[in-house]
Design a protein around this ligand. Structure first.
Ligand SMILES: Cc1cc2nc3c(=O)[nH]c(=O)nc-3n(C[C@H](O)[C@H](O)[C@H](O)COP(=O)(O)O)c2cc1C
Ligand code: SF4
Ligand code: SF4
Length: 200
């Protein structure tokens, strides 16, 4: 899962709060986090969320990926993206080996500063108020199809309207083919990143 603001994405935090598992004692449970730069207290947050459900935790592993939070920075240049993805493949091999050998990952037992990224954290009102489509939008509907929170509706012209609690995954913003989706004034002059293995 991705790291958002040093912790779990809102949608993951809410999922874990509602999770009910039985007959799970003694199972190995790991967290694999993708992050843009560095880890924060997401391992502590996952540990606390699992422990609240009586589920054990064998630690987490971090995979650095191209940073998709382009509000404060831009996407890395292509040469840097290629290096990051090659390193990530090597890291995945290491994680697979650790899980197969039941080796613990990083266990952070401290109290997390934030259990999960609140859905309204970056934008105000309902969590989506800064996202909009500019006049490059072709009304293709892709953003509405891929939003994991189902908060993008289409108006009578087929253009997107945001309404509801957004988890700030930025999938709509990065995946829009004509780069029409913006976050306030922060993204018009920024690049976009889509993992080359994504075919959805
Ligand atoms: C709202 C938001 C907050 C983020 N916060 C962090 C962060 O605190 N630390 C970090 O290293 N990366 C951060 N990132 C970057 C993502 O963790 C990283 O790009 C990740 O690979 C995204 O995974 P995905 O492509 O599966 O969504 C953030 C991204 C978003 C969209
Ligand atoms: S993905 Fe982009 S072009 Fe397609 S409907 Fe959404 S905003 Fe418009
Ligand atoms: S796809 Fe867009 S609207 Fe949907 S949760 Fe992600 S950032 Fe929010």
């Amino acid at each position: 899962m991705p790291v958002f603001a040093g912790t779990l994405p809102g949608i993951v935090g809410l999922f874990l709060e509602r999770l009910t598992l039985s007959g799970y004692a003694g199972q190995y449970v790991y967290g694999v986090f993708t992050c843009g730069e560095s880890s924060g207290f997401e391992s502590a947050a996952l540990n606390a969320a699992l422990s609240a459900k009586g589920i054990g935790y064998n630690g987490s592993f971090d995979v650095v990926m191209p940073d998709n939070f382009i509000v404060w920075s831009d996407v890395p240049p292509q040469s840097r993206i290629d290096t990051i993805l090659a390193d990530a493949d090597r890291m995945l091999d290491e994680i697979i080996a650790a899980v197969k050998s039941k080796t613990d990952g990083r266990i952070d037992a401290s109290a997390p500063k934030m259990p999960y990224f609140p859905l309204q954290k970056v934008s105000s009102k309902d969590g989506t108020s800064k996202l909009f489509a500019d006049d490059k939008c072709t009304a293709c509907g892709l953003c509405a199809d891929i939003c994991p929170m189902s908060v993008i509706k289409r108006d009578t012209d087929g253009k997107p309207q945001w309404d509801g609690n957004c988890t700030m995954c930025f999938a709509c913003l990065h995946r829009c083919p004509p780069m029409a989706i913006q976050h306030g004034d922060d993204t018009a002059d920024k690049g976009r990143y889509v993992n080359p293995n994504i075919t959805l």
